[in-house]
Design a protein around this ligand. Structure first.
Ligand SMILES: [Mn+2]
Length: 330
């Protein structure tokens, strides 16, 4: 099945003259790394490739795009002439935010390259999904190899960053022999691994550290310490001067505590929304996220829920309790 989809994807890319490559909103290392590698690879094949997103590249990821090729979408004129759309690291139109509608209006084929379990069925787009891949970067590596692209240091660095971002210190089951073999091939090209590490993991602002200190002091442990909860009220974040992006890694710390099975982070966002991030050690939290219109992976999922912090916390934590009761079936 995967082979047929891959062939179709390769045919569409080969016959395209002006492909547009994008990724999800609030882009991360895997999305941007995959996008940059695809963009550079398709340029090498002589295409008038365009890399464009709705959101600007967050400062910490700018090193992945040394030639500033990723543009910000402004008006329909920006996507004129595009004959193929490639979306990296999501299979969900909703994850494209304000860019979804203009992309759908182009009327050309759309290919989603992704490694998340599919959440939407009703779509005329082509979905090349491999949930066995730990990162979309891994998928991009095999796609570019199949297209005969010779990786240069920019592409190699982008794929390397994409893969190590989503591998989270190789803690997940998706860390396969194949994953490490791909990394091995990437490292044969000139990748400055210390530089990538510095950019991805050693750029914390003082505000981020202070905010983390504040929320950690208030960590809640529920259900005989099997559930750990962090809460970030908007007022606290703003008072300290931390950005929304600063909070992204906080949830990862919860499941480092012995005995904790599920970590939940609640972040009060603008517009009456609460961002919920879920991490789990041994029960799937994906169905739980889907109940609230979210998505992700079995052990790392999230959703944006309308409502007040208190109400969203109550509803989600009830669902988490149910999830623990149901065990692996949830
Ligand atoms: Mn990813």
């Amino acid at each position: 099945m995967l082979g047929v989809v891959m062939e179709r994807v390769i045919d569409l890319i080969k016959s395209s003259k002006s492909p547009l490559i994008t990724t999800h909103h609030h882009p991360d290392g895997d999305g941007l790394g995959s996008q940059v590698a695809l963009y550079s690879g398709l340029k090498q094949l002589g295409k008038r490739a365009l890399a464009m997103n709705a959101d600007a590249v967050p400062p910490k990821f700018k090193f992945l795009d040394p030639s500033y090729s990723i543009q910000c979408y402004r008006s329909p004129a920006d996507v004129k002439g595009v004959d193929l759309v490639l979306v990296a690291d999501t299979g969900d139109w909703r994850m494209l935010g304000s860019f979804a509608e203009p992309l759908q209006r182009i009327g050309c084929p759309v290919i989603f390259l992704d490694h998340h379990p599919p959440v939407q069925k009703a779509s005329s787009a082509i979905h090349w999904v491999d949930v066995n891949c730990q990162a979309t970067g891994e998928l991009v590596f095999s796609l570019l190899s199949s297209l005969g692209v010779r990786l240069d240091p920019t592409m190699a660095t982008a794929i390397y960053a994409a893969m190590i971002t989503d591998a989270s210190a190789f803690r997940f089951r998706g860390t396969t022999e194949g994953f490490h073999k791909t990394l091995g091939e990437i490292l044969e090209i000139n990748v400055d691994v210390e530089n990538v590490y510095q950019h991805l993991y050693a750029q914390d602002s003082v505000a981020k550290v202070r905010l983390f200190g504040h929320v950690l002091r208030e960590v809640e442990l529920l259900e005989q310490q099997q559930v750990a909860v962090l809460t970030i009220p908007a007022a606290l974040r703003e008072e300290i001067g931390a950005t929304i992006e600063d909070t992204h890694s906080f949830v990862e710390h919860l499941t480092l505590m012995k005995g904790v099975r599920v970590g939940v982070l609640f972040r009060e966002d603008p517009g009456g929304l609460v961002k919920v991030s879920l991490r789990s050690v041994d029960v799937s939290v994906l169905a739980l996220a889907e109940q609230f219109d979210g998505g992700g992976h079995p052990f790392a999922a999230g959703m944006l829920v309308p409502g007040t912090l208190d109400h969203v916390k109550r509803d989600v934590l009830n669902a988490v309790r149910q999830c623990l009761k149901d065990g692996a079936n949830c």
